[in-house]
Design a protein around this ligand. Structure first.
Ligand code: PXP
Length: 237
């Protein structure tokens, strides 16, 4: 399994003071040196953390792969077509949310998603859809022409009792197998940390996990390199 690191929180700290530090561009290099195989950043409509300058510079410095997480809006499509990330991850966006709260509503958005995927493919940018572990969402992802699905693991991560945790894990496993059989690349993310990552390792179809909060939080105490290395050591075993 591979690790991609979401560096939004580095920019969140910078924005807390409106200063120039810490710089997510420097964080990206440190994550890569420590073994991350991709860098993820979410350019939000309100630019609350990552901004346009970050995305431009990240495109220049990231040597593994740059995943631009974004809402499927015209503004973001235009930016992605200029910046040319290796892939975009399409997510729903809501101004009031603290973080991405759920997967895309593929039923309502299927035409929009198909259009955005076409726009990205015409620039050879791969597209991942952030989806709740529901079979209908996977069918819609195939219909819309997605390359990758990222399974939203937030509900699993938030389970407080063992029964619901096992239930969520089983849903994730079923969806991962279904998507894999349909020819989609399968990744997972949201709320994963150094403790709840272990069951993900047993789902063979999940080729990559995207982790932000847990790694940046640990980095406050251990340094970013060590925090990334610790996670890489877990998921490569
Ligand atoms: N994947 C997606 C699509 C996300 O929106 C986020 C949060 O920005 C993550 C993964 C990482 O989640 P976390 O910060 O909880 O590790």
């Amino acid at each position: 399994m591979k690790l991609t690191v979401n560096i939004d929180h580095i920019a969140t700290i910078r924005e807390a003071r409106g200063e120039i530090e810490p710089d997510p561009v420097i964080a990206a290099g440190i994550c890569e040196l420590a073994g991350a195989e991709g860098i993820v950043c979410h350019l939000r409509e309100d630019r609350r953390h990552i901004n346009d300058r970050d995305v431009r510079l990240l495109r220049e410095v990231v040597k593994t792969k740059l995943d631009l997480e974004m809402a499927p809006t015209d503004e973001m499509v235009r930016i992605a077509r200029e910046i040319l990330p290796d892939l975009v991850t399409l997510v729903p966006e809501n101004r009031q949310e603290l973080t991405t709260e759920g997967g895309l509503n593929t039923r309502v958005m299927i035409e929009r998603l198909t259009h955005v995927i076409d726009e990205m493919h015409s620039k050879e940018i791969l597209v991942s859809l952030f989806l709740d572990p529901e079979p209908e969402a996977i069918d819609n992802a195939v219909t819309a022409g997605a390359d990758i699905i990222e399974i939203h693991t937030g509900k699993f991560a938030n389970c407080i009792d063992e029964e619901s945790r096992i239930n969520e894990l089983s849903k994730i496993g079923t969806i991962a197998r279904m998507a894999d059989e349909l020819g989609l690349v399968v990744t997972a993310g949201h709320g994963l940390n150094y403790y709840n990552i272990f069951p993900m390792l047993s789902i063979r179809e999940i080729s990559e996990v995207s982790i932000g909060h847990a790694i940046i939080s640990r980095a406050v105490f251990t340094g970013l390199s060590r925090a990334v290395e610790d996670m890489v050591n877990i998921i490569r075993k």
